[in-house]
Design a protein around this ligand. Sequence first.
Ligand SMILES: [Fe+2]
Length: 341
Amino acid sequence: MPNVPPHQDFKHKVSAKAYRTIERAGLVWVYMGARAEPPPLPGFEVLDVPDDEIGATFIQRNCNYLQALEGDIDTSHFGFLHAGHVEPDELDEVDPIYHTVAIRAPEYHIADTAWGTTYAGYRAAGPGRTSWRFGNFLFPFWSQVPNGEFGRHLQVRGWVPLDDEHTMYCVVWWKRGLSAMNERDPAFKDGTPVGGMGRRNDFLPNTTDWLGRWRLAANAGNDWRLDRAAQHDNAIYSGIDTIHLQDQAVTESMGAILDHSFEHLAPSDQMITRTRRRLLLAARALRDNRVPPPGAENVEVFRDARGGYFVGDAGKGWQDAYAGQLAGALRPAPTALPAAT
Ligand SMILES: [Fe+2]
């Protein structure tokens, strides 16, 4: 097929081959690998709760999947991109973002894990206390973010490549795991909503075009509906409404595939560089030695991956703090999931 754009060629391949699929949590999961017997679904905790307790949302993003995903594992941007206009004395001390705005430059721990990579962003949180924010990268395109109470935050965020320059974001979460703090839009202690932190996004009508689904109405063509007055008045740091749209604007506006030779990496990019290296080494191991990437064969590697925030005793090691929280966390019983057919 000469002169066929890559995405159309991909569509042709999909229609030409009957992939095995399974429906779970409102999603159709497709097995595209070579095994005669498909592996079970990834062992994400959130897939252990009943389907009617699971929420799923899709949003298309006009950039490369890894560029989009890297925003999820960059924790320090929350304190300026999303909350640069918020001061700590305007918030309750128990507010989830209190410590994020009190100290805008967190310190980090980072490590490789069985599922990919993990980090903790941490800050002093008063005498003898530490604020922890844990997040993960999970092979091959999933993330878990720290913006939920660790003990009940069952969630996974997929950044599914549609082609090199388009990504389908798909977040799957446990509805009953949302605490009251997460369910309402963030507010100042006097009750007024914090500007720019709404969660409702406007969509264009879906079409039957290959890239016609789950597109936001705010996009590069209208400057992501940037409100210069809101930015000028410090009502919204970026002038862009909704947290998701702020992330969308910064990852799309750098171009669909950033020229990385212009990057100036900083200590806050350690999780990103570690994750790139982990992906690169796994891709080479697959190419050169046919070593399957983490989770492709053993889906149980995902079971203990959790993202979330909590405040704990200072002086505790970061991985001990994580293990301690997970041991005390609300955990659904693993479900035996049927194989794809
Ligand atoms: Fe963000």
